[in-house]
Design a protein around this ligand. Sequence first.
Ligand code: NAD
Length: 320
Amino acid sequence: MRSLRSILLTGGAGFIGSTLVRQLLMRDEVERLVVLDSLTYAGSRENLVGPDRDPRFHFVEGDILDLALVTRLLRENACSGLMNLAAESHVDNSIERPGDFISTNIGGTSVLLEAARSVAVPFLQCSTDEVYGPINFPKYADESQKLRPSSPYSASKASADLLVQAANTTYGQDVVIARCTNNYGPRQHPEKLIPKMIYHALRDEPLPIYGSGQQIRDWIHVEDCAKGLIATFEKGHSNRIYHLGAKFERTNLGIARSILKQLHKPESLIQQAPDRPGHDARYALDPRLALIELDWRARIPFRSGFEEVVRELSQNLRLG
Ligand code: NAD
């Protein structure tokens, strides 16, 4: 088992990172948790209100591209692990300006690997189901599925994964990769599908759905995902990939309809928008290896988890 004693977590002010912070602080083994985040438009200190009162928690505003800073933080905090969640994460932005994605997602991962190597600290990479490109129904991708990323975002994540694996092969670094499906939960940035749909519905504005809306995604509650990331770090075999998915598939159109139903709004608000270039039809991961080797599986049922998240996001988006 890898030790959770002192963790450097990058991207902790973002959506999944801020939930991972909460999950880590629930663990008594964690003596120190340092979050490194550059607070891009996607990250916010507000996401860390609550955990930031815990004496074990420390926040550092900084860039994962800063090798000297990352190395110093690992040394000064005698870290037992580095978890990398920092990323440019919005596919639409990657189509508009791929350079930021190459820089942070590939260059940043390379810097973090170098820093982890210099102090011999285990490394967890948070990756995505999007690296495989579309998976035809009824197939599920296992961890040996060929990488066929469609967007600059997924290509940058796939490239980062390859760097992580190469660090093990070349330098013998202790690394592990978790590939996650679509997360839903509190504190997700309003640019993403679910909060965006809620935002428009609350204002009786049209809900823009790309193309036919028949694209299928596997939805996992962010708390399940965060627990899976911890299990991957603690128990994952070195240089192995684990799939964190819930096997709960819904079309984007289905998600929009469920939101409208819960908010008592008419389906006529759904409006077709021109499809996103390179839009994958379906993502589907087989999470069996995570169950067998990590004793992890997603536990929050979609129906109740989703309803609660829509309620919570609606309250926040009403206030905002
Ligand atoms: P997010 O966009 O909400 O958060 C990303 C965080 O990284 C932000 O706080 C941002 O400020 C920070 N960041 C960005 N560039 C940085 C840099 N150069 N230096 C330091 N910090 C930087 O993203 P998220 O949805 O929480 O995703 C977290 C990770 O999980 C990403 O690696 C993403 O690829 C992966 N992932 C997300 C999902 C999902 O459904 N959200 C699914 C699969 C994988």
